[in-house]
Write a protein that binds this ligand. Structure first.
Ligand code: HEC
Length: 107
């Protein structure tokens, strides 16, 4: 019985993943930041959208080193370097899209 159930869940998960359009890399990780920094990194505390990836990554790496971590430092500690890079790259990619319409045309 058990193998059948897990197989079924696997198929459902695979089907769901295929049905949705793939989000841009880093968006899922970055969505954890939206609650405080605003959806897509604007409208909350410090604006993240439009910062360069390097800026974001190096700020977060610095925060990790703090000896008495505040809320941001605690968040920074939860990610690997590779994940920080993905998050930084995602927010940097939002540089020109200041609208909230969600369409992604470049100009
Ligand atoms: C619980 C709320 C909260 C969450 C979640 C959160 N932040 Fe922050 N963040 C803050 C606050 C408050 C500040 C400003 C105070 C500070 O620097 O500690 C800040 C500051 C920053 C700064 C410095 C900005 C500047 O202009 O100096 C960066 C970069 C940043 N956050 C990135 C992130 C990223 C990336 C995530 C997701 C991984 C994230 N934050 C998640 C609350 C949050």
């Amino acid at each position: 019985m058990k193998p059948h159930i897990s197989m079924f869940l696997l198929l459902v998960a695979a089907g769901t993943a295929q049905a949705q359009t793939t989000p841009p890399p880093g968006r899922l990780l970055a969505s954890n930041c939206f609650q405080c920094h605003g959806t897509n990194g604007s409208g909350g505390f410090d604006r993240l959208a439009g910062m360069s990836a390097n800026e974001i990554v190096s700020e977060l790496k610095e925060m990790r080193m703090k000896s008495s971590p505040d809320i941001m430092d605690a968040h920074a500690r939860g990610y690997t370097d590779a994940q920080l890079q993905l998050i930084g790259t995602y927010f940097a990619s939002l540089r020109s899209s200041t609208s909230t319409s969600g369409d992604s045309h470049d100009d």
